[in-house]
Design a protein around this ligand. Structure first.
Ligand SMILES: [Fe+2]
Length: 244
C-alpha cells in the first residue's frame, strides 16, 4: 500500500521527534504492508521559506537513509497569500508530480472569493491540490456541493484513515467513498502513540463494509498520484513540465 500523508521525517514539525521515532514509525508502516510513504511535513509560508524547508527535508532524509521503505518527499502546505511570493511550488509538491497536499485555513465559512483563491493557486502554479483531511472542515464535510466544487476545480479529496476507523464518522466517509467524493486516504501519522500509522486498519474496514472494489480504486488513485497521473477523466501524464 501507499501512504500519501505522513509526518515520519524527524525534526521537521509536530511529527517524529527524532530519528528513533521516525524509524519506529517506518517499521510500523512496513508491518502494516505499506511499501511507499509520501513524507508530508507541514510547510507554513509564515514560518519558514521554501529554501529552508527543502534544506531541512534533505537533512532529514539523510538521517534515515538506511530505511527499507520507499520514501518520497512532499509537504503539507498551508494555504496563505505568502505562497505567491514564489515563482513556483515545485519543491513542495509530491516529487516529480504536480500534486500538492494542501491544508486549508481554519475558518467557519467559505465565500466565493475563497474558492477563487484555490483556483488562482491552481492557475498560477499549475498544481493539483490534494485537499488534506477534508473531514476537518465543516463547510466541506457537511456539504457535498462544496466537495464537488473543489473536485470541479480539479482538486483531489483526501481523508485520514482515522475517519474510517472512528465509528462516528465512518458511515459518512463510506457513503462519500461509494459516491466518488473521496479520492485518497492517508494515515496522517505523527507518532507511535496518539497518531500512529493506521492505514491498513482503515482498508480492512472499507473492504468489509463496502467491498474490495473501493479498496482497489483508492490504491489505484494513490499509485496514479505518485506517478503524476490524472486520477479522473483520463490517464494522461502530468509529470512536471507537461501540459494538463
Ligand atoms: Fe498532516
Amino acid at each position: 500500500m501507499i501512504d500519501l500523508h505522513t509526518h515520519i521525517l524527524p525534526h521537521m514539525d509536530d511529527g517524529a521527534k527524532n530519528v528513533r521515532e521516525s524509524l519506529e514509525m517506518i517499521e510500523c508502516l512496513n508491518l502494516h504492508e505499506v511499501h511507499t510513504a509520501i513524507c508530508t511535513p507541514h510547510f507554513d509560508p509564515r514560518k519558514i521559506s521554501i529554501e529552508e524547508f527543502v534544506s531541512k527535508i534533505e537533512k532529514a532524509f539523510l538521517s534515515i537513509h538506511d530505511s527499507r521503505m520507499t520514501l518520497i518527499p512532499g509537504s503539507e502546505t498551508r494555504y496563505h497569500n505568502l505562497l505567491y511570493q514564489y515563482s513556483d511550488l515545485d519543491q513542495l509538491c509530491i516529487q516529480n508530480t504536480n500534486y500538492l497536499l494542501l491544508e486549508l485555513p481554519d475558518q467557519e465559512h467559505w465565500s466565493n472569493s475563497d474558492f477563487e483563491n484555490i483556483e488562482k493557486l491552481i492557475n498560477i502554479f499549475r498544481v493539483i491540490p490534494m485537499i488534506a483531511h477534508i473531514e476537518r472542515y465543516h463547510f466541506l464535510w457537511n456539504n457535498k456541493k462544496n466537495i464537488r466544487r473543489f473536485m470541479n476545480l480539479g482538486c483531489v479529496m483526501q481523508i485520514n484513515a482515522n475517519t474510517i476507523i472512528d465509528k462516528k464518522q465512518r458511515k459518512t466517509a463510506l457513503h462519500y467513498i461509494k459516491n466518488g467524493l473521496i479520492d485518497a486516504i492517508g494515515s496522517d501519522c505523527h507518532n507511535m502513540l496518539q497518531r500512529p500509522p493506521n492505514l491498513k486498519e482503515a482498508f480492512v474496514i472499507i473492504k468489509k463494509e463496502i467491498g474490495n472494489f473501493y479498496c482497489d480504486l483508492l490504491q489505484q488513485n494513490a499509485n496514479s498520484i505518485i506517478k503524476g497521473r490524472m486520477i479522473r477523466n483520463d490517464t494522461s501524464l502530468m509529470l512536471k513540465g507537461s501540459e494538463f
